[in-house]
Each structure stands twice: as structure tokens, then as C-alpha cells.
Design a protein around this ligand. Structure first.
Ligand SMILES: [Zn+2]
Length: 630
């Protein structure tokens, strides 16, 4: 770089930029060059710092490879708008140094954006550093006009080519791989049903009408329960998403698969390493000739990124809409931080609503907007359904297995704006939670109707469950993942497959919902030995079948939200130690690393208000239950 002595700079800045250079076209090509190159670096940095900042996983916005073409496209659009504005200004006032202004602005925004990706600097430091970089770059430009413009002209075609290549490889290669994997699948046994597993995240069973709740929250599930088998006391393997989903996929306990907390992704990707390499239901079904796909609205804990993708030939988590793509870029994050938490009266909110961009205002807790982070964009059940249906329609050469996660019951409650409020919704937290259930139930109905329309209704086995419940004030807690009480572990479980699973059967005893993989294999008549736990099909093949005591585990975690953490000095919580629970037809024993045990007679005391662990007559029960825990 040539020296830029103060005299030299002073002389350069005094010159009026020649009228012909920059032309408006030059403004554009400089903007395009900076937007694409800056955006590719930004996308790479978002991926890199997501990996470096792994310990903050629950409090950040997440990305995967498509960010490498989305970030440059967004930056290209932003810088082009700035170029238009500067060009217009320059037309009105030809004496302004248009190119130098443009370069200053782009250098500032690029440097500021790159610093955002680190997730480690305060905004003021980013602004100051950004201004410093912009000053240096624009000075350098003033002293090297021709060279700078020539450089841009030369780099632009390469940058465009790289952008197109990135798009092609990132979007095209997985499709080709999936196609090749489909061609390699063995033929499925004739009559193999399609399999749909729906996890309604954060759904406690006692808020469903088919589980005795007085409100009509679940007409679709009530109908399904009539057509299939309902487990009245299904118990989740843990009380938050990550460990529970890993158990639902592997049929193993949390201590077995080791996903009690987010594990850092290996630098070379997960490969076969996620969940300690244990067999997954997706792998087992692929080996039996199934196409397998996962569609997730929980973009924090049920994603390919956290190691739960093994066994799925196709996994859709991030980037379900243009708004979701935008919000994961730096421009989107800054927009979200500044504008997504405004009131309905705000001009920005009203303008976005006027433009019909309501989905950009449908906030999601990914990114920890509640705790000073940025807001994500909610992925609704309708989005999950469309992804799954268009994937089903793509290829019918094999039966399919889809695993869906719906997040609409999860906080923030209430379903999307504009969804009609049921008459019982007076605005309390519980009313809003129940409204989310009604919304979800509605969309399960729509998915089933779409499958019927495709003639797939009778050939499809349906499994509905949840990964955990929600406290809603019980035991002084609000959310989940902090404890192992019944309101957190008792989840719905319904199997419906007309002609193969008994209709209208209700099983009263406690069962584990991580028995789903073993049960699916039993029902399709090809069990094998991949999943060690007891299958639930015993309840429709044997009278008076029994199920082993149900174990749930909750390793110590720092993911407990501050509202629940406030209780950690009063009751045993996972923020202060690891917990386990065993549930039998009458008792639940909960143990904690550092607290005395809790024993509840849940049949008589379903709210678990009386800890009987200290009662002399309970000593024998307590000791026998304790033996069942590790
Ligand atoms: Zn969850």
C-alpha cells in the first residue's frame, strides 16, 4: 500500500471527484463487490463463532451452511440501496465525494457486522472500531482511487461466480446425496406403513381434553385417541428438549446417550458421533427401506447442529422462510434487536403489518430476546406441515418416516397473532398456553387432512407425544428443564394405525415414551435388537401386560431460566445438581445430587404436594425404588 502522508491525504480530499468517475454504474459495482465479499466473510464468521461460542448455545441465534449465500445476498441488497441513495444525492449535489461516502459507509457497516459475528463485543466498541476502520479505508481509497476501482472491477465477476457456486453446492449437493441415498435404499417389506411421529414440544398431558381436561383444547387428538391407543401416564425421559429428543430417537436413557447438555460439534461435523453412535430410529427404518425426514420448529435443541440429525436423510430446521433467512444474518439480527420488540403502536410495527410482513413480527425465543439477545422468527406448525408435505410429495418410491417437532405450545404462548381466541381465553398464562394447544391441534388436523387427500390416511401409523411438560406455576416454577415433577414429565402418547393398533384402548399404568422406537419396529413386524427397552405393543398383544418402572434423568444444566432459578434455594433443581426420577404405578421418587429425596404417592396426590420420603412407613418403598436408579 502506498504511504498516505497527511499532506498527500489533504490534497486528495480537496479534489472534487471527477464527474465521469464514478459513474452510477461504478457505484453499483463497488457496492456489489463489497456486499458479496463482505457477506461471504460474515457468513463464514457466523459459522465459526457459533462453534467457538458453543457454551452460549442456548442464548444465541443459530446458522448452518446456507448462511454462506444468504448473508452476501442480504449485504448485496443493503449496499445496493445505499448506492442508490448516494447516487441520488450525488446527482443533486455533484460536488460531494460520492464514492468516498459510499466506501466509508460500506466499510463501517462491514466492519461493524464482522464484529457482531464474534458475539463478544459491546455495541459501543463495535461502533467505535467500525468508525476507525471506515476512516482508514476511505482514506486509503482517497489516495488510491484508480487502483481501488480497478480492483473492484476485477474482483466482482469472481465474487459473483463464488456466490453462484456456493448457492449451487449448498442447495444442490444435499439433494443429490439424498437422491443417491434413496436409490440405495433396500425395498421395504410389502405393506410397510408410512410413519409419522409428532412431538408437540412442551405439552403437558393434563391440559388435553382426551386426558380429562375440562376445556376443549384437543378435538383432533380426542378423535385420534378414539381411533387408536392412548397411554394415560406416559412419562418423558427428561424435562427439556435436548435430552428428551435424543431419547426419543435412540430409545435410550439420558445417561446412556450422553446428551444431557449441548456438546460441542466436532470440527469435522457430527458424522456418526452424535448420541455416542447409538442406533437411531431413522437408521433402523432406513435399513428397512424407509425414506426418513425430520422437520423441526425447535431450532435451538432439535437440530442437525446439536448432533440429532443422524438417521435422517433430510433435515429441515433453519431458513424456513425469507424472514427467517434474513433474521439470521447480521443485518437481520440488528433489525431484530432494534425493532422486533416494539409495541403495536410503533410506526415500524405498523408499517411492517401494512406491508403484510406479519411473519417478520412473529417473535421466537431463539436468540434470547427476553434476556437482552435478539428475537428469532417463529416457525409455526403450518410451516412444518408444508415442509413435510412437499418432501413427501417429492418421491413415493418408498414408504416414509417423518419426525415432526411443533413449537407453538412452547413459550411465548397463545399461537400466532390473529388466531381466533377460544371463548375460555381471558388472557391468563394458562389460558394462553391452552390456546397454543388448540392451535397445534388444529394444525395436526390439517396435516392429517392433507395426508388423507393424498390417499395416505389408512397406510400411515401416527404417533403423537411430547418431549416434556410445563410447570405453569406448579411447585413455584414457570417453565421446564429445572425439575422432574409430574407436570414436567407426564406427556401425551397416542398411537393410531387402524387395523393394527387397537381403537379406543386406554392404558393406565406409567410407561416411557422413549419406548417409541422399539414399538414402531414391533408394529411394522421387523423388530430386531437395536432398541433395548420394552415395546408398548405388549399392551395390545397381551392382556394385563406390565411395563418396567420408568426412569427419567436430568443432568445438571445451566439452561434453567432465571425465573425458575429463583427457586433453587427452596427446592431441588437441576441448576444445582443432577437429578433422576423413577415412576411406578403408585410412586414417584425424585433424587438429587445435593438434596434429600422426594417421594410422592402420585395416585393420591397428583399435584405432588406431600413429600413422604421422611415418613417411617415409606422407608421400604424408598429403598426399593432407589435400587432402580443408578
Ligand atoms: Zn422441548
Amino acid at each position: 500500500m502506498p504511504s498516505s502522508s497527511p499532506t498527500h491525504f489533504h490534497a486528495a480530499s480537496r479534489q472534487v471527484e471527477p464527474r465521469t468517475v464514478p459513474q452510477v454504474r461504478t457505484l453499483f459495482s463497488v457496492a456489489a463487490c463489497c456486499g458479496i465479499v463482505g457477506g461471504i466473510v460474515e457468513g463464514s464468521a457466523l459459522l465459526l463463532f457459533q462453534r467457538i461460542n458453543w457454551a452460549q448455545w442456548g442464548r444465541m441465534m443459530h446458522v448452518s451452511l446456507p448462511i454462506l449465500w444468504i448473508s452476501p445476498l442480504v449485504d448485496l441488497a443493503l449496499f445496493s440501496c445505499i448506492a442508490i441513495a448516494v447516487g441520488m444525492l450525488w446527482r443533486m449535489r455533484p460536488s460531494i465525494p460520492a464514492m468516498r461516502i459510499l466506501i466509508f459507509l460500506m466499510a463501517f457497516l462491514t466492519a461493524y457486522g464482522w464484529l457482531v459475528t464474534t458475539g463478544r463485543l459491546y455495541r459501543l466498541s463495535r461502533i467505535l472500531l467500525g468508525l476507525g476502520v471506515a476512516t482508514v479505508v476511505s482514506r486509503w481509497y482517497a489516495n488510491n482511487r484508480q487502483r481501488a476501482l480497478q480492483l473492484c472491477e476485477r474482483v466482482l465477476p469472481f465474487a459473483l461466480a463464488v456466490l453462484v457456486l456456493l448457492f449451487g453446492v449448498i442447495e444442490g449437493l444435499p439433494r443429490l446425496e439424498e437422491r443417491a441415498a434413496t436409490l440405495r435404499l433396500p425395498a421395504a417389506t410389502s405393506g410397510s406403513p408410512n410413519i409419522v411421529v409428532i412431538v408437540v414440544d412442551t405439552l403437558r398431558a393434563d391440559h388435553l381434553s382426551c386426558y380429562g381436561y375440562p376445556r376443549s383444547t384437543s378435538p383432533t387428538l380426542d378423535r385420534l385417541a378414539g381411533q387408536g391407543t392412548l397411554f394415560e401416564n406416559a412419562t418423558a425421559p427428561s424435562s427439556w428438549s435436548l435430552p428428551s429428543h435424543a431419547s426419543l430417537l435412540t430409545g435410550r436413557s439420558v445417561l446412556d446417550h450422553g446428551m444431557g447438555n449441548v456438546q460441542p460439534m466436532p470440527w469435522s461435523g457430527w458424522g456418526d458421533h452424535g448420541m455416542r453412535g447409538l442406533p437411531t430410529i431413522g437408521e433402523a427404518l432406513q435399513a428397512r427401506g424407509y425414506r426418513t425426514g425430520a422437520f423441526s420448529a425447535n431450532r435451538i435443541y432439535f437440530t442437525d447442529n446439536v448432533g440429532l440429525g443422524r438417521g435422517f436423510m433430510h433435515f429441515e430446521d433453519y431458513f424456513h422462510s425469507w424472514a427467517d433467512g434474513l433474521i439470521r444474518t447480521v443485518v437481520g439480527r440488528e433489525f431484530s434487536r432494534m425493532y422486533l420488540n416494539r409495541s403495536e403502536k410503533s410506526k415500524v410495527t405498523r408499517a411492517l403489518r401494512y406491508l403484510g410482513w406479519d411473519n417478520l413480527l412473529d417473535k421466537d425465543s431463539e436468540g434470547s430476546g427476553d434476556y437482552g439477545g435478539v428475537w428469532g422468527i417463529r416457525k409455526r406448525a403450518g410451516d412444518v406441515n408444508s415442509e413435510a408435505l412437499s418432501w413427501i410429495d417429492r418421491d413415493r418410491s418408498h414408504p416414509f418416516f417423518i419426525f415432526l417437532n411443533y413449537l407453538d405450545v412452547h413459550y411465548p404462548y397463545g399461537g400466532p397473532r390473529g388466531y381466533p381466541r377460544p371463548e375460555w381465553n381471558q388472557g391468563t398464562v394458562t389460558d394462553e398456553y391452552d390456546t397454543g394447544i388448540r392451535y397445534e391441534d388444529d394444525y395436526i388436523g390439517r396435516l392429517l387432512a392433507a395426508l388423507e387427500l393424498r390417499g395416505l390416511g389408512r397406510q400411515t401409523m401416527l404417533v403423537i407425544t411430547s418431549d416434556h411438560g410445563e410447570s405453569l406455576g406448579d411447585h413455584g416454577l414457570s417453565y421446564h428443564g429445572a425439575a422432574l415433577y409430574r407436570e414436567l414429565l407426564r406427556v401425551p402418547l397416542i398411537f393410531a394405525y387402524p387395523g393394527h393398533v387397537p381403537a379406543g384402548l386406554r392404558v393406565a399404568g406409567p410407561v416411557a415414551n422413549d419406548a417409541i422406537p422399539a414399538t414402531i419396529l414391533e408394529v411394522i413386524g421387523n423388530a430386531g435388537r437395536q432398541f433395548p427397552g420394552a415395546a408398548l405393543s405388549r399392551f395390545w398383544s397381551q392382556r394385563n401386560a406390565e411395563f418396567p418402572a420408568v426412569i427419567s434423568q436430568l443432568p445438571q444444566t445451566d439452561t434453567v431460566v432465571p425465573q425458575d432459578r429463583k427457586m433453587q434455594d427452596r427446592i431441588p433443581l437441576s441448576s444445582t445438581g443432577s437429578m433422576q426420577s423413577v415412576t411406578t404405578p403408585r410412586w414417584q421418587l425424585i433424587v438429587h445430587d445435593k438434596w434429600p429425596p422426594q417421594l410422592y404417592d402420585w395416585q393420591r396426590d397428583p399435584g405432588e404436594t406431600m413429600n413422604l420420603a421422611g415418613a417411617p412407613e415409606a422407608r421400604e418403598v424408598l429403598e426399593s425404588l432407589r435400587l432402580q436408579l443408578r
